[in-house]
Ligand binder design. Sequence first.
Ligand code: HPA
Length: 289
Amino acid sequence: MINPASFSLKKIFEKRAIPAPELHIVLGSGLAPAFSMSVPEGSVQALAEIGFAEVEGLLPSSAPGHKGAFRIYLDKKTGKTFSFQMGRLHGYEGHAPQSVVQPLVQMALSGTPKFLLTNASGSLQPSYLPGSLMIIEDHVNLTGQSPLYGPNSLDAKGQPYGPRFTDMSHAYDESLNALLEKTLLASKLSVHRGTYLGVNGPTFETPAEVKLFSKWGLGAVGMSTVWETMALNYLSRRVAGLSFISNLGCGLVAKQALSHEEVEEEGRRIAPVLLKSIFDYAAATLSEV
Ligand code: HPA
């Protein structure tokens, strides 16, 4: 999973004298387009935008609504930097898990300790309505794949970057999640907690699948995040997780058809408030000692 090219982002930061971000935030479907309007100009300063294409080892994303770039900001109060990832790679685009996690791996290897992974997802519980949010407490990986398959990656001294068998008992960091929840509630957003189910896609689920997943007690289903969380746990990084519920799982209430446009539309609707709250979360996280 880790090779010499995995340090390209670190080298770019060093060359441009950008301190490694203290926190890296991945924006899921529908959130990126509203981003520019939500930047709190008074409290942060834009430092750099780095496209995936500029970074050796990163592939461009072809998913609709996902560009593939890092935006680095300075938090004026703490003097620390944090970053956003506009767009991510997905398995359903035909990418291997190792490629999908590369943007996160490169950020982690630049020295970033904390991550917030957001995504759009379908609800698996009738009370988790579109427009609400779910703090990801844990996940189920139903993709049948892992970014950690293959020989354990070794550094120049022959030491592995992480354990062969990564512990996932605290895959999502409870204290980061608690701070996230507190911040979202302060913005009057509707927040649930639950388990995220990662699937391959690109089909949405059948009504029979949604019925089954719902009975399993899972909260939301989507096509991202789980591999990224696995790679970051391997590297001992701390992860907060957030799903925004863009639609009810197919057949959960009505037998309505689902479309990617619906997912994006719901994202656009709540994006301004959610993004403002995410900036508040970044400020609160950076203020932590
Ligand atoms: N299923 C899977 N992935 C998704 C969904 C869904 O209903 N909505 C947004 N991403």
